[in-house]
Design a protein around this ligand. Structure first.
Ligand code: WTA
Length: 655
């Protein structure tokens, strides 16, 4: 395993610019500097106070049981996530407060208050009950970014049925695998959704997936586009036929604190995505507390996390964190630059958004379009900005701070993962002096450090290493669904007693954490996690391909771009048409986000004597760099052969 240090972060490591919190912000901050010492002195007490922000039907008997690698939080406690996110706010007089301002890509809008949300969630929960879904049953969700998506998730939570959300950009194959893995009994989908002016055919993909996922007995279909889709008698039900006629009342099921809330699949170092397990009490405590503290949520804020709910960022910081805090959020269906590059800025102006949370890849794409687009809009309502998903280069950080934040908004660069459930390394906006490119410090109560290959501590300021977590945290994953061995080997075996995050990291002399990218075979393309092996398997699945190796090459906008090295079968003559076909093949197998940007046909691949593909060298070739160390290469002539004989074909990635 080699450390893949991002050169631009390395170069700006001695970045001298500092941004202390604005005094007024600091004075009114939800979380103050004393939280660090308090959490250090009384770890369990600190998290218990955070859990007290929720409403429990039964109080827990003990805060934590830590039997490495399994944690249980708030043992014996009982609660309901939907009750905490919706009902209790209505009971507390917030029924008329807006939960979501929704905007569809074509420009249609809907406003849902907390009372509206309560009614819709209850109706959907009752419909699920009518369809025979019971507490503990898994329910698949494959939807565009429309209000019915969070409604469906909350309806599942209301009856204690774990949801399995699959990003709407994934293919039928990817959906099918996740439905089979989770043995989902029902699938909630839509006829389609809008993206870049086009209709996504979600129902077609859902039909294809369900045909081979026999546990799915019912499909609930929202009519979003009305473009006419086939409905299978007995299995498929229109949402408006069955949900709308249900009762507005539904009793929340009291579930145990450790009841499974959801599964979310994520890519790792093999072709099979892992079903990450998140449970109820600890998860909601973690996302609620971090959302309140890090985004400094005040009652009149208009908050916008511009991610897709299909990823963990959306689960934790569009749905559960914000709703548990009775926040008013924006929900936007479509592509960031549709129909023009200022769509986001017009939304900020229109709804007077005060907090924006998005990915560095989006920031870089906007930065490329220049300052004129954001300058057309009054964005003086903004008071705080955030980023997530990949390291942000200081240049993009500074642009975001100036061109979007008017040089007055703190920028919280938040590090976390699908597995961690909640943000773990982050500034506190009223406390932390910011350094562009650094996620700064572990959140209070979070124990993170950097170790070398032998698991020894790397002292602050001494250089790079591997990021590990040394104490449990409430929203941590509880395992990989049906695969305890993989849970152990992926996260806990590399450094005994510590959680291995898979990221390289440096801590500077002042204790600031600088994330350096993945150290395994996981790529970050536009902030999305895609495993090299997943793409390789999809390529080899094509009849013309004999062997394939995939690497992430650094890309100025998407962070990494997928580069595929392909050996075709002996009777095949590779050309641009085949390259295009392979790209589409990968998109069909996994989804458009995994479509390789570069396809290079090569007669051979560089391998070690033991037959392992040397990805490091492929990355050097893809980036047109001088080669690194080649001493372990079995045949040193091979790289020249690839360079001389390879035919490369490049196409822009559709994001
Ligand atoms: C990367 C996304 C640097 C990291 C919430 C991690 C980051 C992976 C940051 C998890 C950040 C996320 N700075 N890198 N602020 N945030 N990452 O599961 O490599 O989609 O391991 O969760 O994203 O990706 P995932």
């Amino acid at each position: 395993m080699s450390l893949n240090v991002q050169p631009e972060i390395e170069a700006l490591f001695s970045e001298a610019r500092e941004f202390p919190p604005p005094p007024e912000f600091a004075a009114n901050a939800n979380m103050k500097a004393d939280a660090y010492a308090h959490a250090d002195q009384d770890f369990e007490g600190f998290w218990a106070e955070q859990a007290d922000r929720l409403t429990w039907f039964r109080k827990w008997d003990a805060v934590l049981e830590w039997d490495l690698p399994y944690a249980k939080w708030f043992i014996g406690g009982e609660l309901n996530v939907a009750y905490n996110c919706v009902d209790r706010h209505v009971e507390n007089g917030l029924g008329t407060k807006v939960a979501y301002h929704w905007e569809g890509e074509p420009g249609d809008t809907r406003t849902l208050t907390y009372a509206d949300l309560r009614r819709e969630v209850n109706r959907c929960a009752n419909a699920l009950l009518e369809l025979g879904v019971r507490t503990g049953d898994r329910v698949g969700i494959y939807m565009p970014m429309i209000p019915e998506l969070p409604i469906a998730m909350l309806a599942c939570a209301k009856i204690g049925a774990p949801h399995v959300v699959v990003f709407g950009g994934f293919s039928a194959d990817a959906l099918q695998g996740r439905m089979i893995d989770s043995e989902a009994v029902a699938l909630i989908t839509a006829d389609g959704g809008y993206r870049n002016g086009k209709v996504l055919d979600l129902k077609g993909a859902a039909d294809e997936a369900a045909a081979n996922a026999p546990t799915i007995r019912n499909m609930l279909v929202v009519q979003r586009t009305g473009h006419g889709v086939p409905m299978q008698e007995g299995r498929d039900h229109w949402w408006h036929d069955i949900v709308d006629r249900q009762s507005d009342e539904c009793e929340p099921v009291h579930v145990d604190s450790e009841h499974l809330l959801y599964l979310l699949h994520t890519s790792g170092t093999t072709a099979k995505p892992k079903g990450i397990m998140h449970t109820t009490g600890g998860y909601l405590t973690g996302v609620s507390a971090t959302h309140h503290a890090i985004f400094d949520i005040k009652p009149d804020d208009v908050y916008w996390c511009a991610a897709d709910i299909g990823w963990v960022t959306g689960h934790s910081y569009i749905v559960y964190g914000p709703l548990s805090n009775a926040t008013t959020s924006i929900l936007y269906e479509g592509a960031p630059q549709y129909p023009e590059p200022d769509r986001w800025w017009s939304i900020i102006e229109k709804y007077k958004v005060s907090i924006l949370y998005c990915a560095p890849t989006a920031i870089r794409a906007f930065m490329k379009q220049g300052d004129a687009w954001p300058a057309k809009h009054d964005m003086s309502s903004l008071r705080l900005l955030g980023t997530v998903g990949e390291p942000i280069n200081p240049e993009a950080w500074l642009w975001y701070h100036r061109a979007i934040g008017g040089s007055r908004c703190p920028v919280v660069d938040t590090w976390w993962q699908t597995e961690t459930g909640m943000i773990l390394i982050t500034p506190l906006p009223g406390v932390t002096t910011l350094r562009p490119g650094s996620a700064t410090r572990p959140f209070p109560g979070v124990a993170a450090k950097v170790v070398d290959a032998d698991g020894h501590d790397v002292p602050d300021g001494a250089g790079g290493g591997y990021l590990v977590l040394t104490k449990p945290w409430p929203a941590m994953l509880r395992g990989i669904y049906k695969d305890p061995e993989r849970y152990m080997s992926t996260y806990w075996r590399r450094f005994p007693g510590m959680y291995f995050a898979g990221d390289g990291c440096k801590v500077d002399a002042d204790g600031y954490f600088w994330l350096l990218g993945r150290v395994d075979d996981v790529m970050k393309v536009s902030g999305h996690r895609i495993s090299t092996i997943e793409v390789e398997s999809a390529l080899v699945d094509h009849p013309a391909v004999a062997e394939a190796a995939v690497v992430g090459r650094s890309d100025p906008v998407t962070g990494e771009a997928i580069s595929a090295f392909v050996i075709v079968k002996s009777h095949i003559q590779p050309d641009d048409a085949l390259a295009a076909e392979l790209r589409e093949h990968v998109a069909a197998k996994i989804g458009a986000i995994a479509r390789p940007k570069m396809v290079m046909f090569t007669p051979e691949l560089p391998k070690t004597r033991s037959g392992k593909i040397m990805r490091r060298l492929l990355r050097d070739i893809a980036e047109h760099r001088a080669l690194g160390d080649v001493t372990t290469l079995a045949d040193t002539g091979i790289v020249d052969t690839i360079r001389d004989k390879a035919q490369s074909s490049e196409a822009d990635q559709l994001v």
